[in-house]
Each structure stands twice: as C-alpha cells, then as structure tokens.
Design a protein around this ligand. Structure first.
Ligand code: SF4
Length: 289
C-alpha cells in the first residue's frame, strides 16, 4: 500500500505545529541545532533552550568562539550532553572549513562531527528543501503501519529506500511530505495510542490487517537509579560551580552507590565532558587548565 501524498500534505498544511525552527527566518544552522537537540529530547524542553542558543550563537563561528564549558552549561538539562560537545566541535569545523555555512550536500554533512544519517538528511530536507528520505522513529512507525501493515521492527538498511520510494517526484512536495510523515507520527500515529479516528490517511495497511501486535516488545528504559542519572547529578554539580570542585562535592551528589558513582565519574572523564586538574579537582571540559 502507498501513502496518499495529496491528503497527507493538505493535513500538514492545516495541522502542523507552528514550531520556531520551521519558520522561514530559521537558518540551516538554527535547524541543525534543533535537530541535534530534538534527537533525544521532547519539543517542549528543547524550544526554550533552542531560542536561547539562536540568540547567543546565531552563526557557527559564534559558538566556536565559546568554550566547551559554556556550551555544556547552556545545554542545561536536555540530557545526553555529549551532543553538546559534538555540536561545539561541528561549529568549529563549519567556521574554519566551510565559511561559517552549513553545507547542502548530504555526504558533506555526514563528514561533520556529530552528524549522522538522520541529521544529515533532516538538514538537507528541512533547511534546503531537498528530496531526500528522512527517517526517524516516527517516520519508521508510520511507514511500517500504513504501508506494510505491521508495527516497526528494528531499524534496517531498507528503511531509507522504502521511505524514498514513497516521496512525491516534485522536489518541494517531497520535502514537505517528509516533514508531514514525521508530524503524523509525532501527533497522531503515536507509538502507544495511534489515534486512527483523527488520521487523515484514507487507507492504512495496519488497520486493514486488524492492528497486529509488535513482534518485538520494546522495554521502556527507566532513568531513576541508572548510571545515566548518576552522570547527570555529577555534571549538575560542575555546571552550577563557577570553577573546579573537590571530589567530596561529587561524592555528596550521589551517595546511594559509591561503585556506581565511580563508574559515572570515569565515564564522564572518558567522554571528555569533564576533566581533572593537576591538583585533583574536577571541572567541566576546558575549565580544568
Ligand atoms: S490509520 Fe492509525 S495506524 Fe494507520 S497511519 Fe493512521 S494513525 Fe497510524
């Protein structure tokens, strides 16, 4: 089964959220920042931070001129802070090797630090209006259900080709179609409760097949008590401090399991998010010298 592009595009025109990174004044750099932030963080938490970043770092060279620690502090509690360090590195490469401009070509985008298959295509499509398949979890779910009549399985190398085959041939329509597919997955065809009564698609293979259950039931990752939460607590201490801190400050931030705390601290050092000074204090990346 295919997807009725006309119907989907009309629905998108009427129902799409008015997100600031979709407005005409958003540059490719602004869109790239939004895509990095949105990878693992919901829109409502991203939007205020993104607005701050656009005002503070309107072009890549502005971010490149800031320190890693400044970027990590500004990242706040968006989670998975390695993204902030990679974006800072990406800004430096854009400023020094690409004339402060985000490239248009997917292969060139893929060569940038922190830019993977999804982000490269999202930027090419949403910033430059290109006809490229953009596949995130929302798109995979809509395509799996509406076209193939099943819940999505694990990501596969076929996803890109299958999504590309659905794109309208007209370039501007194809770019809008990609945004519309993603929006349908985010607003209507959600993972747990697809609201089929509100769905604009006139036919859906999954509904026709009697809504078959997923073959693989995904476990929801818990956060409470995990190493990730411990890392977050330790990083909070350093973000809130004005300079390097003693080890005891970190020990007090996570008292429930010393072994877990040591693991979290090690992994933050290995990831380059924090560093140790010569006299044994701990600091955000770039602040330990
Ligand atoms: S009919 Fe339901 S399952 Fe099919 S695409 Fe629409 S929301 Fe998703």
């Amino acid at each position: 089964m295919s997807i009725d592009a006309e119907v989907l595009l009309d629905w998108f025109t009427e129902q799409a959220r008015d997100l600031p990174w979709r407005r005409p004044e958003a540059t490719a750099w602004h869109i790239l920042m939004s895509e990095i932030m949105l990878q693992q963080t919901p829109v409502a938490r991203v939007e205020p931070i993104w607005r701050e970043w656009v005002a503070r770092w309107p072009v890549p060279s502005a971010m490149a001129a800031s320190s890693q620690a400044e970027v990590l502090r500004a990242w706040g509690k968006l989670g998975y802070p390695r993204r902030a360090l990679r974006l800072h590195e990406c800004a430096r490469v854009l400023a020094t090797e690409h004339g402060d401009v985000v490239p248009t070509d997917v292969d060139v985008l893929l060569s940038l630090p922190g830019i993977g298959a999804y982000t490269a295509r999202a930027v090419a499509c949403f910033a430059y209006g290109q006809r490229v398949p953009v596949v995130d979890t929302n798109v995979r779910r809509v395509v799996a259900r509406a076209v193939h009549g099943r819940e999505p399985g694990n990501p596969s190398s076929r996803d890109l080709a299958e999504t590309e085959a659905l794109l309208p041939t007209s370039v501007p329509r194809a770019a809008k179609f990609s945004a519309a597919l993603m929006e349908l997955g985010a607003l209507v065809c959600t993972a747990r409760n697809p609201d089929c009564a509100r769905c604009p698609l006139p036919r859906c293979a999954w509904v026709d097949a009697g809504r078959p259950a997923a073959e693989v039931v995904r476990k929801v990752q818990k956060y409470e008590g995990t190493d990730r939460q411990a890392r977050g607590r330790l990083l909070d201490v350093l973000r809130e401090a004005s300079g390097p801190v003693e080890r005891v400050r970190l020990d007090l931030a996570w008292t429930r399991d010393p072994g877990q705390r040591a693991r979290a601290l090690d992994s933050l050092l290995v990831d380059g998010l924090i560093e140790q000074t010569e006299d044994g204090l701990f600091a955000l990346a770039g602040e330990g010298a």
